[in-house]
Design a protein around this ligand. Structure first.
Ligand code: BG6
Length: 470
């Protein structure tokens, strides 16, 4: 039966993107980031050899883009600040007045237009000079990050609605130290564990500094979280799922939200000699400075099974020593991105946060569908008719609504993304936006999903066949 699904009053409707993926280099001055450096070194790693120098050129289009936010029903929007732009001398030294001016203008314009700025401090874009000092493996870089964060709080704090220390801190660990999709594409679990620990410490120290400044906003973190489902209820499959859950989900969620580390994770790291170096005082800082708000990025579930084969003990230590991915027959796929589509996962995630993380104030900070060659779906006016994206949004939101009706403290939904943006090594392979971008002339055109989004935001909900929920 079709019925109107209505969300709580003042629900945050919006979307998200990040500095490196949308701003473009501009002419404010900016240090080289790891992405810019990697492209120079190995352009073949990037789809169609497209770098981040232009992207959506938001730095020169921000006023027009804010009008498009309004036209697509945004009442909130998440951007990230570019550390490299704020500190063009390699991420340290003197703050860049031109960067401060740009971000102040941007945030002022958003507020003037009724769009709450959600501001993230770090979205994969390490200044290269700091990467040379060890990146997140280095304590000196942690100090530089805290200085950068504190500067942002002081320079921009009056204009920001909510702050976030990191977006998906697991991403750079997997990408840089295990799976090769971030610079410097190493395979070294122990160094990854060190970088993860210092990322967690940096999060806590930034929150400590934020609290000292007594700003009128909250600070939290944005995590990519996937519920882990075992192939079966056989003990070996369940054990595999528990380890995967500890490694990929609880590893950042527990320390950043609860201030503690999951026992299972610590047990494994000790057993396999993968523990990071830290000081006792670090654990106190982490315990005392946890997130005040939590962003949930959800794209796909994790399905795992027990390994079929023995591991090679001489090979490098890897998470895959404990599990194999389970390719479940009949699962629905986004074939372009290679990610499973499983809407109920977003509900299971919300329930986990309600039951195991004190029902902390949270919101869906990313969810979305990247599709290749969207020109195929353009009508003769050049508008992308993306009904698949509208269905994707509705199907996920219906489960978010169910979670809210069962007491989950979910305050909003931000889609990935607003205008098609540059996707790291995938560059422009898959498009995610509510608005399409013509790469040749920077022309922006609202997609059908953008029109739907506006309606949904205006009505604070949409009509849905609730029988589709399981
Ligand atoms: C999230 C990131 O993991 O997913 C974004 O926060 C990213 O930066 C988005 O662009 C989509 O993933 P991808 O790899 O297709 O760009």
């Amino acid at each position: 039966m079709e019925e109107m699904i209505t969300f709580p009053k003042d629900f945050w409707w919006g979307s998200a993107w990040s500095a490196e993926q949308a701003e473009g280099r501009g002419n404010t001055g900016k240090a080289e980031t790891v992405w810019e450096h990697w492209f120079k070194e190995e352009p073949n790693r990037f789809y169609n050899r497209i770098d981040s120098s232009v992207t959506t050129d938001h730095i020169n289009h921000y006023k027009e883009d804010i009008q498009l936010m309004k036209e697509t029903g945004h009442n909130s929007f998440r951007l990230s600040i570019s550390w490299a732009r704020m500190f063009p001398d390699g991420g340290t030294g003197k703050v860049n007045p031109k960067a401060v001016e740009f971000y102040r203008n941007l945030l002022t314009e958003m507020n003037k237009n009724g769009i709450k700025p959600f501001v993230n401090l770090y979205h994969f874009d390490m200044p290269f000079a700091l990467q040379e000092k060890g990146g997140w493996e280095s304590r000196e870089v942690v100090d530089a990050y805290v200085n950068y964060a504190t500067t942002c709080f002081k320079e921009l704090g009056d204009l920001v609605y909510h702050w976030f220390t990191f977006n998906e801190p697991l991403g750079p660990i997997l990408g840089s130290y295990l799976e090769g999709f971030h610079y410097p594409a190493l395979v070294d679990f122990k160094r990854g564990a060190q970088a993860a620990f210092y990322t967690i410490l940096a999060h806590a120290l930034a929150i400590q500094s934020f609290k000292e400044l007594q700003l009128n906003s909250k600070i939290g973190v944005i995590l990519n979280l996937s519920p882990t489902y075992p192939r079966s209820q056989q003990p070996a499959d369940i054990k595999a799922a528990e380890i995967v859950d500890a490694l990929y989900t609880r590893s950042f969620l527990d320390p950043m939200v609860k201030g503690t580390f999951p026992e299972k994770l610590v047990e494994i790291l000790k057993e396999y000699d993968q523990m990071p170096i830290y000081e006792a005082a670090d654990l106190t800082v982490i315990e005392q400075n946890t997130a005040q708000i939590l962003g949930l990025n959800y794209y796909e579930p994790r399905r795992v099974k027990a390994r079929l084969t023995a591991i090679n003990p001489e090979g490098p230590f890897l998470p895959e020593w404990f599990y194999e991915n389970y390719d479940m027959p009949g699962k629905r796929m986004n074939i372009y991105r290679g990610w499973e589509i499983y809407e109920k996962g977003i509900y299971d995630l919300c329930i986990d946060i309600r039951d195991n993380y004190g029902n902390i104030e949270a919101f869906i900070s990313e969810n979305g569908m990247g599709v290749a060659d969207e020109e195929r779906f353009m009508n003769d006016k050049g508008q992308v008719i993306d009904d698949y994206r509208i269905d994707y949004i509705k199907d996920h939101l219906a489960y978010v609504h169910k979670a809210i009706s069962e007491g989950c403290n979910i305050k909003g939904y931000h889609l990935w993304t607003f205008i098609d943006c540059w996707s790291w090594i995938n560059a422009y392979k898959n498009r995610y936006g509510l608005v399409s971008l013509n790469l040749e002339n920077q022309k922006r055109t609202i997609k059908k999903s953008g029109e739907f989004y506006k309606e949904m935001s205006r009505n604070n909900g949409f009509v849905y066949d609730t029988h589709r929920l399981v």
